[in-house]
Design a protein. Structure first.
Length: 198
């Protein structure tokens, strides 16, 4: 009889421990659900480029939840003070990030890109939102000067080619070599191999 009671007791204890284990595996329904909480700039800020050209680096923004962990699926909208973006709206990936390309507008100096994100209700802005990214637009490079490099003051028999070619350099407003300028050549007598060169 006592053996029957101990088997029954053991069985009851076994069932009780299974019940405790199963109940401990249930999700905590009192835990708050994750939601988008904040927005930050990851990279791409403070770049400089010629006006009306794309910045070298993409603009990367991250959205985090209330625990400071990357939040997937948040909608972020972008608006540029001047120029254009590759996408006006983007959704955060598994790393909580969105990235876009920004082509500067025609303003020389500071240009601003604004990134805005809201909580799920669509009206409450995330902490840090809107966030601004700035870039500096500079004048496009233009050819401003030409200089003789070599080939001056040579002597040769009439109707023969000079020993050394005539070389010139074209520079931009920063006194750097400028690529792509068209140079015209003309002689008072004789001929040149080409009347124009780039």
């Amino acid at each position: 009889m006592q053996k029957k009671i101990s088997i029954i007791t053991a069985f009851i204890l076994f069932l009780t421990s299974i019940g405790i284990f199963v109940s401990s595996c249930k999700p905590d329904e009192t835990a708050p659900s994750l939601e988008a909480k904040s927005i930050e700039i990851v990279s791409g800020e403070a770049q400089t480029a010629q006006i009306e050209t794309a910045l070298t680096n993409t603009i990367v923004i991250i959205v985090k939840d209330q625990n400071g962990i990357a939040f997937k699926g948040a909608k972020v909208t972008f608006a540029a003070s001047d120029g254009s973006v590759s996408s006006a709206t983007a959704t955060t990936d598994a790393d909580g990030k969105v990235s876009i390309n920004w082509t500067l507008g025609s303003t020389i100096g500071t240009q601003t890109l604004t990134a805005t994100a809201f909580k799920a209700n669509g009206t409450t802005a995330l902490s840090g939102s809107p966030i601004s990214v700035t870039a500096t637009g500079v004048e496009p490079l233009v050819a401003t000067s030409i200089e003789l490099v070599s080939g001056d003051s040579q002597s040769a028999l009439a109707s023969t080619v000079l020993s050394n070619p005539v070389i010139v350099i074209v520079k931009d407003q920063n006194d750097d070599a400028f690529e792509g300028a068209v140079v015209n050549f003309a002689v008072s007598e004789g001929s040149v191999s080409s009347t124009t060169a780039t």
